[in-house]
Design a protein around this ligand. Structure first.
Ligand SMILES: [Zn+2]
Length: 57
């Protein structure tokens, strides 16, 4: 199962993703809007991000 990140729903930029070392959460952030999304797993973070992208289109 592949998890692909959609572009930012607000500005269309490609989001960046990383695991935060301090909170141990997976973080997805738009470099332009600085909108962030944090989830425990990468899968749930990507799903949440993509759901948001779809909801605003
Ligand atoms: Zn953005």
């Amino acid at each position: 199962m592949s998890a692909e990140l959609k572009t930012c729903p607000f500005c269309g930029a490609a989001p960046e993703s990383e695991r935060t070392p301090f909170s141990r959460l997976f973080r997805i952030v738009c470099p332009k809007c600085e909108i962030e999304m944090h989830r425990v797993t990468k899968e749930s973070a990507v799903a949440a991000w993509n759901a948001r992208a779809e909801a605003t289109q």
